[in-house]
Design a protein around this ligand. Sequence first.
Ligand SMILES: C[S@@+](CC[C@H](N)C(=O)[O-])C[C@H]1O[C@@H](n2cnc3c(N)ncnc32)[C@H](O)[C@@H]1O
Length: 223
Amino acid sequence: MRMPSLADTSLLLERLSLKFDFKSSRYWEWNYKMGRTSGPGSYGRQCVAKAKILNSIIDSLRIESIVEFGCGDGNQLTHYDIPRYLGFDVSETAVRMCMEQFSDDETKGFLHYTPSVFDNRTKLISGDAAMSVDVIFHLVEDPVYRKYMDDLFSCARRLVIISSSNHTDQGGKGVQHVRHRKFVDDVAAWYPDWTLIAEHPVESIDGKDIDSFYVFRRSAPDS
Ligand SMILES: C[S@@+](CC[C@H](N)C(=O)[O-])C[C@H]1O[C@@H](n2cnc3c(N)ncnc32)[C@H](O)[C@@H]1O
């Protein structure tokens, strides 16, 4: 029998500590360090269904560049047709995976997102659209969620595209790393210059939750 390595032991201890003191950013770094992926929603039929919706939004709204908050392991990204792309993720391991996977692709760049030292008030980090795909329901802590939304909207010149659930039904027992939110109401309250212009439901596969892509447009000129 193989003796557990120091790395195995420290990952096990990290998982134990997360049980008692959960932090979404630490959870995701642990997830990728364990060799796990961005999850089933970013693979197979769900991945293809989401890419089909996003690619048609990109095409119909003539989107030239996207800044994504929560790029994940990059599998979903391989199915998108985006002219220029910048991906942030709170997990450094995920960012490194993307950097390696897309090292030959001059149209894509990646940065590690550390919320406590991210200040984009000059709006110099920006794309035609800012995007969040399957991240909001993983932001279980309220301050983390609010900072994430502020940073996401700060990076959008024209559009914000969000794929998420939009309800507060947490299901039976729930899981530690999922918290559903009625985020559309929060967008209306926090960002009054932005209007919801479209909702594209993602086809339900294997009876899983139905999420949608929500598209918000800036209704007042950028200041
Ligand atoms: C379910 S995965 C989705 C990844 C990717 N958007 C996709 O569609 O494949 C959620 C991702 O959100 C990232 N994440 C979690 N909290 C975050 C935060 N506060 N800011 C940015 N990314 C975050 C995780 O590291 C993870 O990569």
